[in-house]
Design a protein. Structure first.
Length: 150
């Protein structure tokens, strides 16, 4: 299994092989044979986080961490949409980096909730995997845009 660093390096290599037209395709990803827009994917991630929050027990720890998870996990899509509407390359990068910070926080909170609940449920694992993949995608997009800006 590849680590996050390896996946980012692979994605960067793929971007460099695709050439100049890769920015047009950066918001798309293959999933089950269909092209999936990153806008839809971040929305599905938010819905996944909402379902996880709804399933948490009502202990104080779960509710406090769950509310933080809800805020960070649902803001990723908002950051991406704001980036998509950016007026400049710098604004685009700034918005995506904000989304990246929220993804990192979401991943951390998911790990904490798994430890606290002593649960390894498939919903948590699916959310962790998706956050890893979104982090790798966001890093790749930001790096590509920064390189293009030079």
């Amino acid at each position: 299994e590849y680590t996050l660093k390896h996946r980012v390096k692979i994605k960067l290599a793929l971007f460099s092989m695709r050439g100049r037209n890769s920015l047009k395709d950066e918001r798309k990803r293959m999933k089950d044979g269909k092209i999936m827009d990153l806008t839809k994917r971040t929305k599905e991630f938010a819905l996944m986080i909402i379902r996880i929050y709804s399933s948490l027990s009502k202990t104080t720890e779960n509710q406090v961490l769950g509310k933080q998870l809800l805020k960070s996990g649902t803001s990723v899509g908002a950051h991406y949409r704001e980036a998509y509407r950016a007026r400049s390359n710098a604004e685009f990068i700034s918005k995506l980096e904000g989304g990246l910070q929220e993804l990192e926080e979401t991943h951390y909170l998911l790990e904490l909730l798994i430890e606290i609940a002593n649960s390894d449920s498939s919903a948590f694992q699916k959310a962790l995997k998706e956050s890893d993949e979104l982090i790798a995608i966001f890093i790749t997009i930001v790096k590509e845009r920064k390189l293009k800006g030079k």
